[in-house]
Design a protein around this ligand. Structure first.
Ligand code: BES
Ligand code: MN
Ligand code: ZN
Length: 497
């Protein structure tokens, strides 16, 4: 999709489809009012005839217009003018994007950014518009035949309309960021949607390498099992003992500034399929555990965003990738492994494998002397119970870092909610036979997983994002969401300023 800014007077406007907002009682925004006047009140008459209430997301599509230069109209309900919240605005954008997708228009123009949204600047509205439209147009194509897929959407181009007097330089910047983030989300979604028999640890590593070839400042190397052995990553390596697919540590380094500038390190769980191991998961819904690599996919994609935007910072991406399957050689409950840090771990449940691959990667991150380390992982089902599917769970050992993530989450609407890592919770991880147990019992599962990781992140500022509820949608819309690419990208954009 091509996105651009059009600063021209209205009489020069020519488009196959124009998006206009409206409010209850047929109140119109500035461009809509001007067009309505120019057309002798046609829009008002159309709204009178069909009489929509103007609720957020209500759509009135006008497919034929007498005036030739604007071929179609999509009128989008925005609710009461002074009550438009971020959430309602997004709802309206989703409805508008789907309506637009349903027309045959190739070129469209939008004025929906004219509406005032509570607490949100113009740049936010532009970024959200691009993201919503990209999400609506996204199609997973890899493993479906052409016949099943049908025709791709026709839309090719969207223009954001501004009057010639408006200074659009800030909008240009947000458009550039929005495009890069949308590309990153699409990559993360594709990787998340691919099945475990295609998206293996080796495949994930190849995708990272491919991205490295596309950007001069992005260097990618892959550590194999022999090297992980050498490093002493006994915890990481234990998880894939039951798998035929070799474990890989994907190491991505983006050099956006001088070598002496400390890097921001992103770590992402890249478990390409999680059957639970000997502590086997139940059969129903197990297919969805192909998305257990979405943290890793988001990290790979976010390094692509940093490179595309040429951010003037250094960023390292670390993705431990492996499979968790039952087998005669697999980890067994009660097994004890030695992590790279020297801490011994009693594996009381082989299904709590994410933390086992992450802890060694966190230890590895220390060698970069990082500004901060942020890990992101589909770590606990308990996170979905605690927070639902709207925010990601946030935990960390540094208030300032956590606040930055909260802020980046608000700015992108890829939101997070912080949970405590109090000492009292650490008690739940006691083991009679090793330094730490890999599970903390039924209470506060997301927090005890965070507590486990915190033991391997003592030497730097660290935050953990549990994306079990946000990286994926179940039910009719089953599939990957591309989160938390917007959050991580925004965090890096903020760091670059
Ligand atoms: N990958 C899962 C967590 C998960 C569950 C993500 C559901 C998305 C949806 C993780 O490896 C896991 O199995 N965690 C266990 C931990 C438990 C054994 C302490 C869980 O959540 O049940
Ligand atoms: Mn598991
Ligand atoms: Zn898992």
């Amino acid at each position: 999709m091509d996105y651009s800014i059009k600063s021209d007077s209205l009489d020069k406007l020519s488009t196959e489809c124009l998006l206009l907002g409206f409010h209850p009682k047929r109140k119109l925004g500035p461009t809509a009012t001007a067009i309505d006047e120019a057309w002798g009140g046609l829009i008002t008459r159309l709204l009178k005839r069909d009489d929509p209430e103007g609720k957020p997301g209500e759509i009135l599509t006008v497919n034929h217009l007498p005036e030739g230069k604007i071929e179609r109209l999509i009128l989008v309900g925005l609710g009461k003018k002074d009550e438009l919240t971020a959430s309602s605005y997004r709802k309206a954008l989703v409805a508008a994007a789907n309506a637009l997708k349903g027309t045959a228009a190739r070129h469209a123009a939008s004025t929906l950014h004219e509406a005032e949204v509570k607490e949100k600047p113009l740049e936010w509205k532009i970024r959200q518009s691009v993201e919503t439209l990209e999400n609506a147009l996204y199609r997973y194509t890899h493993t479906k035949s052409e016949k099943e897929l049908g025709k791709p959407p026709r839309l090719e181009k969207l223009q954001f309309l501004f009057d010639p007097e408006t200074d659009v330089s800030a909008v240009e910047t947000s458009l550039k960021q929005a495009r890069a983030i949308a590309n990153g989300m699409n990559l993360a979604r594709d990787l998340g949607n691919l099945p475990g028999n295609i998206c293996t640890p080796t495949y994930l590593a190849e995708q990272a390498e491919k991205l490295g070839k596309q950007h001069k400042k992005l260097k990618v190397k892959i550590l194999g099992e022999a090297e992980l052995e050498e490093l002493g990553m006994g915890s990481f390596l234990s998880v894939s003992k039951g798998s035929r697919e070799p474990a890989k540590l994907i190491v991505m380094e983006y050099h956006g500034t001088t070598a002496k500038s400390k890097p921001h390190v992103l770590v992402g769980k890249g478990l390409t399929f999680d059957a639970g191991g000997i502590s086997l998961k139940q059969a129903s819904g197990m297919d969805e555990m192909k998305y257990d690599m979405c943290g890793g996919a988001a990290v790979i994609a976010t390094l692509g965003v940093a490179a595309e935007l040429e951010l003037p910072i250094n960023v390292v991406g670390l993705v431990p990738a492996s499979e968790n399957l039952p087998d005669g050689a697999a980890n067994k409950p009660g097994d004890i492994v030695s992590s790279m840090s020297g801490t011994t771990i009693e594996i009381l449940n082989t299904d709590a494998e994410g933390r086992l691959i992450l802890c060694d990667t966190l230890t590895y991150a220390k060698r970069y002397d990082p500004v901060a380390v942020i890990d992101t992982a589909t770590l606990t089902g308990a996170c979905i119970v605690a927070l639902g599917r709207h925010p990601s769970g946030l935990m960390g050992n540094d208030d300032d870092l956590c606040e930055r993530l909260v802020k980046a989450g608000e700015a992108t609407y890829d939101r997070v909610w912080r949970l405590p890592l109090w000492d009292e919770y650490q008690e739940q991880l006691k083991s009679n036979f090793a330094d730490v147990a890999n599970i903390g019992g039924p209470d506060g599962g997301t927090i005890t997983a965070g507590c486990f990781l915190s033991r391997f992140a003592k030497d730097f500022k660290w935050a953990h994002l549990d994306i079990a509820g946000t990286a994926w949608k179940t039910g009719n819309e089953k599939g990957s969401t591309g989160r938390p690419v917007p959050l991580l990208s925004q965090y890096l954009i903020d760091q670059a300023q």
